[in-house]
Design a protein around this ligand. Structure first.
Ligand code: IMP
Length: 199
């Protein structure tokens, strides 16, 4: 079976491709499927946004399509930046700028609890969907630490490992991360779905 990834991110393509190859599924990029879809992420939940992206690419390509949506939710900020994680503080900010803004908005706050969330959704041409959610709980650091990863990794402290995500190797991060957890669950859910259908 072929499945299109609704993302322009080559890193996500490789990650998803590797895990779904174990089910005999070939993951195509949008370019390989001959589509180029821009989707406005207007949902208020990670699941809604993942579904919007997957549905749009499924409609355009005629193939099953999978998308993910993720972000960082901080308890003391009522879940912000949440689904707005990529756009926190406006388009002008880069990743370090967003980290600085978040630390600034958390200045003096002792409740540092936060979690990364990832939702993955696969949409089939008949309308069926398969969804999985992964989370990773942590605390917001007081200052950035580490050089690896991207986004909020330098300020996301993972208590069991006593390191920020930016201090982990890709393998170490994948073993505990929201995306790793969502991907492992997604693989199980998709396998269950495919075993129950003729896809
Ligand atoms: P998207 O799911 O590609 O839309 O990304 C959402 C945003 O959430 C990213 O731009 C990052 O700012 C943040 N984010 C999601 N996952 C991670 C992660 O694993 N580490 C750091 N930041 C992340």
């Amino acid at each position: 079976m072929k499945l299109v990834l609704a993302s322009k991110n080559a890193h996500k393509l490789r990650e998803l491709g590797e895990i779904l190859a174990e089910l005999g599924i070939e993951v195509l990029s949008e370019a390989e499927a001959g589509v180029d879809v821009e989707v406005e992420e207007t949902g208020t939940t990670f699941e809604e946004n993942a579904l919007l992206k997957a549905r749009a690419v499924c409609g355009a390509s005629g193939l099953p399509a999978v998308a993910d949506d993720s972000g960082l939710c901080v308890d003391a900020l009522n879940g912000a930046p949440g689904v707005y994680s990529a756009r926190y503080g406006g388009e002008a900010l880069d990743d370090p700028g967003r980290c600085r803004l978040l630390l600034e908005n958390m200045r003096g706050q002792l409740d540092r609890r936060c979690r990364f969330v990832s939702a993955i959704c696969c949409c089939f041409p008949g309308g069926d969907t398969v969804t999985a959610r992964g989370e990773c709980a942590g605390t917001l650091a007081y200052a950035p630490r580490g050089e690896s990863g991207f986004g909020y990794d330098p300020i996301f402290f993972c208590p069991p490992l006593k390191k920020t995500f930016a201090e982990l190797t890709a393998e170490e991060k994948n073993a505990v991360s929201h995306r790793g957890n969502a991907l492992r669950k997604f693989k199980e859910e998709l396998e269950r779905y495919l075993n129950g259908t003729d896809q």
